[in-house]
Ligand binder design. Structure first.
Ligand code: SF4
Length: 514
């Protein structure tokens, strides 16, 4: 046994940062374990990305002379660790605390389970460390994303000019709206050529997980740090300027548009959030991108991403059981086969998830989440689906986004209001409605859009609990203006529709999208 194996640093599949606490801080060997158990119930692309990125990391570190102990397709993490301890006689493991609940509990018990010393290091993958977030949360009676984001901008000096926010405002959402008709020629989705290692992993994943959700013929994503940095630089140079105006736009056949698609890379540790923020801010300082685009992108990373991570940690595992509306409906079959629905927006979002492991934030929240919220889908079932549907899925980001923000199952602890919206929202921000079987302008007729009667039925049924939320005042006033007959018709239509989808889908003959 090599002397360096007295101590080893455990490198998990979402901690692939060579400057990470467990790796950079000490000498000794690195230990990497592929866990087959963790790959089950995940999108095939998610699995291929993680395994390929781990193997690239292994090869890079070996090329730098680091001793890397690597176990392919261990049944699970613990059996891989036990095998390593037996093989190497290691005495101590350095471990960085994972961000997710299960991983965090797992490493807490690791020393005892393995019978060796474990040095547990604080997680360093976020811009706002856990202790700082907890202090901030304690100091705020009514915490909000806006207040948190301002604190982050102030304390990190990002987009600040003479102690004031650049441009005189913290948020430029008002400027960030372009109607679909004004999009001239959307840029092609970014893609990188898969190398031989990735192609081999794709073949293995298709063989090992044939029944997992999603298609996997090529990955097209960077799988190492150099590739991830090049990807981010290309985004800043080519697409960040359009990020703001097109951020909330959904266009058939163009799921990415001007978005960065860096969540996978950030979540795996291939990119650090502070370097993405710095690149965007520099582009604004150099007048290469307008302020609303730079601010919108920085808010997504330094605001939303950090806020949901902090709230996830603060709320604890009970978050997974939140169910404010007591929603119990099963997930409709069309979430796994978009050909079973005629709702064009839903078909596009699910097809994109299946094909690309991706849907934009607005599609996840305002098409899929919005539907699940108004249809009364069980939040845990919706969350399980979103974990297997996207290749950037991870518990600490996915659970608060799906359960708290999209389904309001926390009753407003993370977000301020339920993101319920009728077809008018989707029609204003997409080109989906013009090619849909349903009409976005109808509420109760034969071709009425389900988002309309579900919306008004949801408002009717949840009127009392929601009236406590001041941000729902406007729809409640609109509800009061509707005639009793119209209100009743919406509730009846919603009940009929929900019964139909319980039985398998409102239509069966619609072809799946490619
Ligand atoms: Fe979606 Fe309704 Fe628009 Fe069809 S009409 S695309 S179901 S919002």
């Amino acid at each position: 046994m090599n002397r360096s194996t007295d101590t080893a640093a455990l490198v998990l599949g979402d901690q692939l940062d060579p400057a990470g606490a467990a790796i950079a801080g000490g000498a000794g060997a690195l230990l990497m374990i592929e866990s087959a158990a963790m790959c089950r119930g995940r999108h095939k692309r998610n699995v291929a990305f993680t395994i390929s990125a781990m193997r690239h990391f292994r090869d890079e570190q070996r090329a730098r002379g680091r001793d890397v102990h690597y176990y392919e397709w261990s049944p699970d993490l613990l059996s891989g660790l036990r095998r390593f301890v037996a093989d190497s006689g290691v005495e101590k493991l350095r471990v960085m605390r994972p961000l997710n609940y299960r991983g965090s509990a797992f490493v807490d018990a690791l020393g005892q389970r393995l019978g060796i010393g474990v040095e547990l290091l604080d997680n360093d993958q976020l811009m706002c460390p856990r202790a700082e977030f907890d202090r901030w949360l304690k100091a705020h009676k009514a915490p909000s994303i806006d207040a948190f984001y301002r604190m982050m901008r102030r304390t990190r000096g990002v987009l600040m000019e003479n102690g004031r926010p650049a441009g005189g405002r913290w948020n430029f959402d008002r400027e960030n709206y372009t109607p679909p008709a004004l999009v001239a020629s959307p840029p092609p989705a970014p893609v990188v050529e898969d190398d031989g290692l990735t192609r081999g992993v794709i073949a293995e994943v298709n063989l090992r997980f044939p029944d997992s959700f999603g298609e996997l013929d090529r990955l097209g994503l960077p799988v190492d740090r150099r590739g991830a940095l090049a990807w981010e630089r290309a985004f800043v140079a080519d697409r960040l300027a359009g990020y703001g105006p097109y951020e909330n736009l959904m266009l058939s056949g163009h799921p990415v548009l001007y978005r960065s698609r860096t969540a996978e890379l950030l979540n795996a540790g291939l990119l650090r959030p502070e370097e993405c923020v710095a690149m965007a801010e520099q582009a604004y300082d150099d007048r290469r991108v307008p302020l609303p685009s730079a601010e919108g992108y920085i808010r997504r990373i330094m605001g939303w991403r950090e806020y949901v991570a902090g709230m996830y940690a603060a709320l604890g595992p009970g978050l997974k059981r939140f169910n404010y509306f007591n929603a119990k409906r099963r997930l409709p079959a069309f979430f796994h086969d978009e050909g079973l629905t005629r709702m064009n927006c839903v078909r596009h979002a699910i097809a994109s998830a299946r094909r690309h492991g991706y849907a934009s934030h607005v599609a996840r929240l305002m098409v899929l989440g919005n539907f699940a919220l108004m249809a009364g889908i069980d939040p845990a079932a919706f969350y399980r689906w979103s974990l297997e549907a996207f290749d950037d899925a991870c518990d600490w980001a996915g659970a608060p986004n799906a359960i708290c923000l999209a389904l309001y199952a926390d009753g407003g602890l993370v977000g301020r209001k339920p993101y319920a919206a009728s077809a008018a929202f989707i029609n204003a921000r997409s080109d989906y409605c013009r090619n849909c079987h349903y009409s976005p302008h109808e509420k109760t007729t034969w071709n009425a859009c389900p988002y309309n009667f579900l919306y008004w039925s949801f408002m009717e049924e949840e009127e009392r609990p929601l009236s406590r939320s001041c941000q729902m005042t406007v729809p409640h006033r609109a509800l009061e203006r509707m005639s009793p007959g119209e209100r009743e018709a919406c509730v009846r239509k919603a009940a009929e529709f929900l019964e139909a989808i319980e039985k398998g889908g409102e239509r069966r003959e619609t072809p799946a999208l490619r």
